[in-house]
Design a protein around this ligand. Structure first.
Ligand code: ATP
Ligand code: MG
Ligand code: MG
Length: 406
C-alpha cells in the first residue's frame, strides 16, 4: 500500500510548507539492509516516508520503509524507483552509480551524496587516488594489474603487505595479508585473479583503529561526531568505544582529518571515516563509507542526534542536529552470528537477555531472515557516565568484549 505521504505528494506540487520544510518528503534508499532499516526508523520519527530498493523479499528495512523488490545494481529498477522519490540516497556503496546518475537526470530527483562520490568510494583504489590528490594522509599504495606489479609492490612495501580487491569489499572479504613471498600468488588467486582488479597497500602498524562519523550538509558544511576506537575480530567490526581513549590532540587531529576527507567529496549525508593511529601518534586514513557506518551505531543512544537522523536531515537539506555525546562514554557491541540456525539464535538471545537486565544497555535487532555465522544480526549500545562505568556494564553482558577494550 502506498504511504499516505506519497499520495499527498501527488497533490502538492510545491511540497514545501511555510516553515520551509517539505510537507511530504519521500526519501528513497538504494539497499534495504540494517542500515536502511535504522535510517527508515529515524525518518519515520520525523514524519519522513522512506522507500527502499532491495532484491530480498524480506529486507530488514521493510519494517519501516515501503519496499520495492528490485536490485540496486539493476539500471531499470533504479530508474523506476527514482520516479517515486523526492531524494535518493544509499545504504550501500556497491550500487550501479552510472544508472543512479542517469535515473537522477531523467527524473530530476536529487541524489545525496552524489553518484560521483559513490563511484569514487565504491572503488577502493579510485578512493585512494582521490584522497592522495587532496592531501589526505594514506598508507602507500600501488595498482597491481599483473605479476610484475605484484613483485614491484613486494619490493617497495616489504613484508607483510596488504593485497586488496578494488571493488565489492566489506568485512575484510576482499583483503589478503601477504606475509611471505609465496603468499603473494595465493592472495591473487584468493581474491579472484588480477582481472578482478587488485591493489596493494603498505602495512600500517597501527596501535589503534579510530573512526569518525562526519555529516555533511547540502551547502557543504561538515560536522564531526566524537572520535571512536574500533576493535575488529576476524576483520569484522566487533566493539567500538566513544570517546576513544586517546590524547586530546590525537582526538582533534582525527576529527580534523575526517572532516578534511569528507570535505573533498560532493553531496550531503553521513560518512564513516576509518583511520589508523600509528605508534608515533600520526594518523592514516583507511577508507571512507558514503553512508551510515557500523562505527556510528553508538550514536543512536550515545549522542544527541543519531547518525541515521542526521543523514535524513542532511539529504533533505534540513538543519543538522548536535552530534555531541549525551553521556560520559558509549560502547557498541556487535551481535555477530556465532553459529548457524537455532544454536546461533540461542547464543544471540543469551547475550540480549543479559543486555536487557543491564542498566544503560539497549538492544538493536536487525530482523534478518535466518541466522548465519559471522554475520551482523544486531548490536547492543551501552552508555555510562564514565568510561569505567560503561566498561563495567559491558563486562556484565560480555566479559570477552570488555576484555578487548581493557
Ligand atoms: P569494511 O567492512 O570496513 O568496509 P573492508 O572489507 O573494506 O572493511 P578494510 O577496511 O580495507 O576492509 O580492512 C579491514 C581491516 O583490515 C581494517 O579495519 C584493519 O584492521 C585491517 N587493515 C586494512 N588495511 C590495512 C593495512 N594497510 N595495514 C594493516 N591493517 C590493515
Ligand atoms: Mg570497506
Ligand atoms: Mg573498513
Amino acid at each position: 500500500k502506498q504511504p499516505a505521504a506519497a499520495d499527498a505528494r501527488a497533490d502538492d506540487p510545491t511540497h514545501v510548507s511555510e516553515a520551509g520544510l517539505p510537507r511530504t518528503a519521500v526519501v528513497g534508499v538504494l539497499g534495504g539492509g540494517q542500515l536502511g532499516r535504522m535510517m527508515a526508523l529515524a525518518a519515520a520519527n520525523m514524519g519522513v516516508s522512506m522507500r527502499c530498493l532491495d532484491p530480498a523479499d524480506d529486507a530488514p528495512a521493510a519494517v519501516a520503509a515501503r519496499h520495492d523488490v528490485g536490485h540496486f545494481r539493476d539500471a531499470d529498477a533504479i530508474a523506476k524507483f527514482a520516479q517515486g522519490c523526492d531524494v535518493l540516497t544509499v545504504e550501500i556503496e556497491h550500487i550501479d552509480a552510472d544508472a543512479l546518475e542517469r535515473a537522477a537526470a531523467a527524473s530530476g530527483v536529487d541524489v545525496e551524496p552524489t553518484p560521483a562520490t559513490v563511484r569514487i568510494i565504491q572503488d577502493k583504489y579510485a578512493q585512494k587516488i582521490h584522497f592522495a590528490g587532496n592531501g589526505v594522509p594514506l598508507a602507500d599504495f600501488a595498482d597491481v594489474p599483473d605479476a610484475a606489479a605484484l613483485e614491484a609492490a613486494e619490493g617497495r612495501f616489504g613484508l607483510p603487505f596488504m593485497l586488496k580487491s578494488k571493488r565489492l569489499a566489506y568485512d575484510g572479504r576482499g583483503n589478503f595479508v601477504v606475509r611471505t613471498h609465496e603468499d603473494a600468488a595465493r592472495g591473487v588467486e584468493a581474491l579472484g585473479g588480477f582481472g578482478h582488479g587488485l591493489y596493494a597497500e603498505r602495512w600500517a602498524p597501527f596501535v589503534k583503529e579510530l573512526a569518525v562519523m562526519v555529516v555533511r550538509s547540502r551547502d557543504g558544511a561538515v560536522l564531526a561526531y566524537p572520535v571512536v576506537e574500533t576493535i575488529h575480530k576476524d576483520n569484522i567490526c566487533y566493539v567500538t568505544e566513544a570517546p576513544a581513549d586517546v590524547a586530546p590532540h590525537t582526538a582533534s587531529a582525527a576529527a580534523r582529518a575526517a572532516e578534511k576527507a569528507v570535505a573533498c567529496l560532493d553531496g550531503a549525508g553521513i560518512f564513516g571515516v576509518e583511520m589508523f593511529l600509528l605508534p608515533d601518534g600520526s594518523l592514516l586514513l583507511n577508507e571512507v563509507a558514503p553512508r551510515p557506518h557500523n562505527s556510528g551505531h553508538y550514536t543512536q543512544d550515545g549522542c544527541l542526534t543519531s547518525q541515521f537522523e542526521n543523514h535524513v536531515r542532511a539529504v533533505l537539506g534540513w538543519p543538522l542536529g548536535d552530534p555531541s555525546l549525551n553521556c560520559g562514554c558509549s560502547i557498541m557491541l556487535n551481535i555477530l552470528g556465532e553459529a548457524e540456525g537455532d544454536e546461533g539464535v540461542r547464543r544471540a538471545h543469551a547475550l540480549m537477555a543479559r543486555a536487557y537486565s543491564t542498566r544503560g544497555a539497549k538492544v538493536h535487532w536487525y530482523g534478518k531472515p535466518g541466522m548465519r555465522a559471522a554475520r551482523k544480526v544486531g548490536h547492543i549500545n551501552v552508555s555510562g557516565s564514565s568510561r569505567a562505568e560503561a566498561r563495567a556494564r559491558l563486562a556484565s553482558i560480555d566479559p570477552a568484549a570488555a576484555g578487548a577494550l581493557a
